[in-house]
Every structure is written in C-alpha cells, then in structure tokens.
Design a protein around this ligand. Structure first.
Ligand code: F6P
Length: 192
C-alpha cells in the first residue's frame, strides 16, 4: 500500500534565532538533516515511486534538495502567516502586542494574526492539498510546523482545535500508512 511521509523543514536560521515566519535559509544543522532525510527516504522507498511536495519557501526547498525524486511546490503549504508579527520572537510579540499574545493563547485555533492567518484559515487553505493527497501514491510532504500539525491532525482524527498544541519536533520523519484498520504511524528520528 501507499504511505505518506511528513517532515518539517530542517532547522532554519530563524529557528536558531527563535524568530517566527520569514524566509530564512537552513542552518548547517538543518542542511545535515536534509542529507539525512535523503538517506532515510532512499532506504524507505529505494528506487520506488515517490513525489516530494514542498512549500514555496526557501527552507523547504533546501530540505528537499538532496532528494532524487520528482518535486512539486504548493503555495498552500507555506507556513501560517503571522502578519504584523512575522519575523519577531514570541518574547517581542508579548512585549509589543501583549493583548494579541494573550488572545492567541486563549484561543490559538481561531486567533488570526493581524494581517495574517489563524490555524482555522490554514485548515481551509490546505483542503485541496489533502484532497490531492488522498488520490496520490507515495508522497513526502516537507512543510512547516503549523501546517504539519493540521495535516497530522486530519489523518490522526484529532479534533482540529487541538492541533495548535501538538508536538511535531524538527528532524523527525513521520510515516503514515493508511489501512482498513486505521492509520499506522511510525516516527523515524534522526541524530541530527
Ligand atoms: O517557529 C517556527 C514556526 O514555524 C513559525 O514560523 C510559526 O509561526 C510557528 O512555528 C507556528 O507555531 P505556533 O502556532 O505554535 O506559534
């Protein structure tokens, strides 16, 4: 049967600086994950069939760059748009926009960044991706924390309003194999 592999992009410069959003490149550690991911996928699918889906952002392209498979980029896989908070640290947001910071904590699923998006918005915009995913064979999706939480919640039947709090660490490959008994989940961790 087919499988779906999910991964966040490798560690980015913004991840290291604890800034959200942006379009920064990978750190050296992130690039090492990109190499590891390619090795991992080659042992998973060999020369079998796989298509790699990325967002339009640099950090997902760089994470995909060693993978010798067909690639497709989706704007719908871009990270949740943090609007006026894009490029800030959570500490800066809390200092400059304390009301927004608290409002987001109170209802993280519905909270929409000013000039940006909410998790609910992301769930709506990834719907075509989910539809296409159901029709496809083996797919590896390299995307971002918020988007990955929404996709993962969909397949795991987790209520979407819980998705903003799910833990999806960097440098971990999640393999989903749908079957009649439900979705089998395997987490492949790396030493990067
Ligand atoms: O910090 C990485 C990141 O992908 C940010 O770009 C994004 O705003 C954030 O995670 C989403 O996570 P949360 O919804 O928990 O703030």
């Amino acid at each position: 049967g087919k499988s779906i592999w999910l991964s966040r992009h490798g560690e980015s410069i913004y991840n290291v600086e604890e800034k959200i959003g942006g379009d920064s490149p990978l750190s050296n550690r992130g690039l090492r994950y990109a190499e590891k991911l390619s090795e991992l996928m080659e042992s998973e699918v060999g020369d079998g069939n796989l298509t790699v889906w990325t967002s339009t952002l640099k950090r997902t392209h760089e994470t995909a760059k060693y993978l010798p498979y067909e690639k497709l980029e989706w704007k719908a896989l871009d990270e949740l748009d943090a609007g006026i908070c894009d490029g800030m640290t959570y500490k800066e947001i809390e200092e400059r926009f304390p009301d927004d910071f608290r409002a987001r904590d109170d209802d993280k699923y519905q909270y929409r960044y000013r000039g940006g998006e909410s998790y609910a918005d992301v769930v709506n915009r990834i719907e075509p991706v989910i539809m296409e995913l159901e029709r496809q064979d083996n797919i590896l999706i390299i995307t971002h924390q918020a988007v990955l939480r929404c996709i993962y919640a969909y397949f795991m039947n987790v209520p979407q309003d819980e998705s903003p709090w799910m833990t999806i660490p960097l440098h971990t490959l999640i393999k989903l194999t749908p079957s009649v008994r439900g979705v089998k989940v395997t987490r492949l961790t790396t030493d990067v």
